[in-house]
Design a protein around this ligand. Structure first.
Ligand code: B12
Ligand code: SF4
Length: 470
């Protein structure tokens, strides 16, 4: 069967953002979930194609892309902020190909299947991991059977999966890297990789939604399997840096050390992964060993400068660990991407300022920082608590993004959020508020073309200056 996958990741940067400025984490990277589904379908003998909305100019472009393809099955990947975009895609597909089936999967359908089951444009919802389930669905459709509307995909043996089909995406954009390599000083071409799935921690802004996708156990690929993929990537793309997306690569110390040793014996390219402050602060020897094996940077969720807020988040870390983790990285020469949140339910202005102060204090150790406004994510414990307490100000995609306009949680003092943001980033409060407002897609629609005009103007000015000098 011919299957078409859809990546609707335009909630943040909009249509046409693929590989373009202004760079954000969303503008360049491939989506490993879809690339893995594509590889499994291909391995089962099916033809696969992908529509990446980031590469299109608008909804007209999507309609044309849908019209020009023919398929009996269309699969859309959905995160919560993209729910309505995905539904719009499904309606267009339904309109253009009346008899085709539409299946959705990903983080949002895994926790909120009812957002899709009532919609006439959606035929199937697969919760959890989709590799095995999607192949079963295609086979059932080919046999003329009608599988259930909602079902949970079984977790695959990660070592038995084919390497992800990166070529479905514009790999060139990922190789050029954009946001991460530029901001963290990593060389390009850069590739991304997933070495495992699942997380054993219990952060209330994330769990149990993460487990709704990957199940209760952490599963990691064998080191041989990971290295075999890296050899292919070296051969194919001559990559010069590597980013590993796993939720917490370092939680299995023994695996991390064995990987580092094996990687260093064959690869010299610097690499980057996500970690937790308690692990980094508590195990300097581990970080040193990884540093010697090419670890160049760590993304760490410091989240808050208040111990009460860290407890509220069930983060399992302390402010002292945050500070020490940053210090360990500074001493070992590991660059840090620090992530912080403001605007949590019940957070006081003083606690927000404590986070701002933490950001300022860590300036010397943190190469890149992201201070976001907390947005309750469906399926997480904190979202459920906000929902039960009637605190959700926008229970929809606009409310689920961490960088969008408007208040998310009732009772949060957003003036204080702007003030703390300004202090953290060294901006005036007015600029901090403006930054938050200009993140709104409607505002971006106006601002981006003006910015583009600005760069055309700047380009013309440069040419003029050069000509005058000649
Ligand atoms: C890497 C990453 C990113 C990267 C790259 C995104 C990408 N292209 O993959 C960047 C930094 C760009 C990013 C951005 C954001 N991310 Co992000 N990201 C991740 C992370 C850490 C890994 C993703 C991954 O590769 N997982 C491994 C693959 C194999 O799993 P998967 O993609 O979920 O796919 C499997 C299943 O979900 C399912 N499936 C997926 N799609 C489909 C489709 C069909 C048809 C079927 C049948 C099955 C199916 O099958 C797949 C294979 O088993 C996850 C956390 C996590 N552990 O997954 C968060 C995560 C996906 N991100 C999240 C969020 C919120 C965001 C942002 C919206 C943040 C923001 N600014 O507010 C943005 C925008 C997201 C976007 N547009 O894609 C949330 C989503 C929560 C939710 N309820 O939707 C997650 C789960 C983190 C979290 N716990 O909060 N992210
Ligand atoms: S935020 Fe990260 S460490 Fe915490 S539970 Fe989620 S994936 Fe695990």
């Amino acid at each position: 069967m011919n299957v078409i996958l859809v990546y609707p990741a335009i909630a943040g940067a909009g249509f046409g953002c693929l590989g373009r400025r202004p760079w954000s984490p969303e503008t360049h990277l491939i989506h490993h979930g879809l690339a893995s589904l594509g590889a499994c379908l291909a391995a089962a003998g099916h033809a696969v194609d992908l529509i990446d909305l980031r590469a299109l100019r608008g909804w007209g472009g999507f309609c044309r892309a849908v019209r020009s393809r023919d398929s009996a099955l269309w699969g859309i990947s959905v995160t919560s902020p993209e729910r309505d975009i995905a539904l719009r895609c499904a309606h267009i597909i339904r309109q253009e190909h009346l008899g085709a089936r539409v299946v959705v999967g990903g983080a949002h359908p895994s926790v909120c299947p009812s957002d899709f089951t009532a919609d006439p444009a959606i035929d199937h919802v697969i919760q959890g991991e989709g590799e095995l389930a999607l192949v079963v669905l295609v086979d059932a459709l080919l046999r003329g059977e009608s599988p259930p509307q909602v079902w949970r995909g079984a977790a695959p043996d990660l070592d038995a999966l084919p390497f992800v089909a990166r070529e479905l995406f514009d790999v060139g954009a990922e190789l050029r890297g954009g946001f991460y390599p530029t901001r963290l000083g990593l060389p390009t071409p850069m590739v991304t990789l997933i070495a495992g799935r699942g997380c054993r921690y219990n952060c209330a802004f994330c769990q149990p939604a993460e487990r709704a996708v990957f199940g209760p156990r952490v599963r990691r690929r064998s080191i041989d399997h990971v290295l075999a993929e890296l050899r292919v990537l070296r051969e194919r793309y001559a990559f010069r840096s590597l980013m590993i997306h796993d939720d917490c690569l370092l939680e299995d110390r023994a695996w991390a050390l064995r990987f580092a040793e094996a990687y260093a014996s064959e690869f010299g390219q610097p690499w980057f992964c996500q970690a937790r402050a308690d692990i980094v602060a508590g195990d300097e020897d581990l970080i040193r060993a990884l540093r010697e094996a090419g670890l160049a940077a760590l993304s760490i969720g410091f989240e808050s400068g208040s111990d009460r807020v860290l407890r509220l988040l069930h983060k399992g870390t302390t402010v002292a660990q945050n500070r020490w983790a940053a210090e360990v990285c500074r001493r070992l020469g590991v660059r840090v991407f620090g992530n912080y949140m403001l605007g949590l339910p019940s957070e006081t202005p003083a606690e927000m300022m404590a986070t701002a102060q933490l950001v300022r204090d860590m300036e010397g150790a943190v190469a890149l920082r992201s201070v976001s406004v907390y947005a309750p994510s469906p399926g997480s414990a904190l979202y459920e608590q906000c929902r039960r307490d009637g605190l959700l100000l926008q229970d929809g995609p606009a409310g689920y993004r961490r960088d969008r306009l408007g208040g998310k949680v009732a009772g949060v003092d957003y003036i204080a959020v702007d003030r703390a943001m300004a202090c953290a980033l060294g901006l005036s409060p007015a600029r901090a508020a403006l930054r938050r407002w200009t993140a709104h897609p409607a505002v971006r629609c106006v601002v981006e073309p003006l910015r583009a005009l600005g760069s055309v103007q700047a380009g013309l000015d440069t040419v003029r200056r050069v000509v005058y000098r000649l």
